[in-house]
Design a binder for this molecule. Structure first.
Ligand SMILES: [Zn+2]
Ligand SMILES: [Zn+2]
Length: 149
């Protein structure tokens, strides 16, 4: 089954599962295929490719893409009779939600901020502006760049 999938999409072996929206190439970890998590990761990257996901500007767009991709994984897992772990999907999505809510909460007053561009947020309540780091795998850092004292 994997063979078909790997041939149907532009898949190349690599060190991690990923989808490059610029080239349309999916990288996969050969030794993880056949394992539940590996199957899921492959289907997930294929879903991004199928749905034509591109780069995003706002966190909520990213979350929407992740939700859509995982829904596609659920459908495809039935189609290709691949085993998946739905709890893992929920874990992945809640990690994203937590990451997003940390980035968007105002460092001064905890109010929910508005995202101005991919790294800058603004709080309507206390007029603080902050910048966040852009690494999803790192702890969220918020740096105040403007505030009313
Ligand atoms: Zn994804
Ligand atoms: Zn605030």
């Amino acid at each position: 089954m994997h063979k078909q999938l790997l041939e149907k999409y532009k898949c190349v072996p690599g060190k991690r599962f990923a989808y490059n929206s610029a080239s349309g190439i999916i990288t996969y970890v050969p030794k993880d295929l056949g394992k539940v998590r590996g199957n899921m990761a492959l289907l997930h990257e294929i879903a991004h490719a199928k749905l034509g996901h591109k780069t995003y500007k706002y966190d909520l767009e990213l979350l929407k893409m992740e939700e859509d991709a995982w829904n596609e994984v659920k459908n495809d897992s039935k189609k290709y009779t691949l085993l998946i772990d739905e709890e893992h999907i929920e874990e992945c999505l809640s990690t994203y939600r937590e990451w997003i809510s940390k980035r968007s909460s105002c460092p001064k007053c905890k109010f929910f901020g508005e995202q101005m561009n991919n790294q800058v947020f603004y709080c309507k309540s206390c007029e603080t502006e902050w910048k966040v780091n852009n690494r999803k795998d790192k702890r969220v850092m918020r740096k105040i760049i403007k505030h009313n004292s």
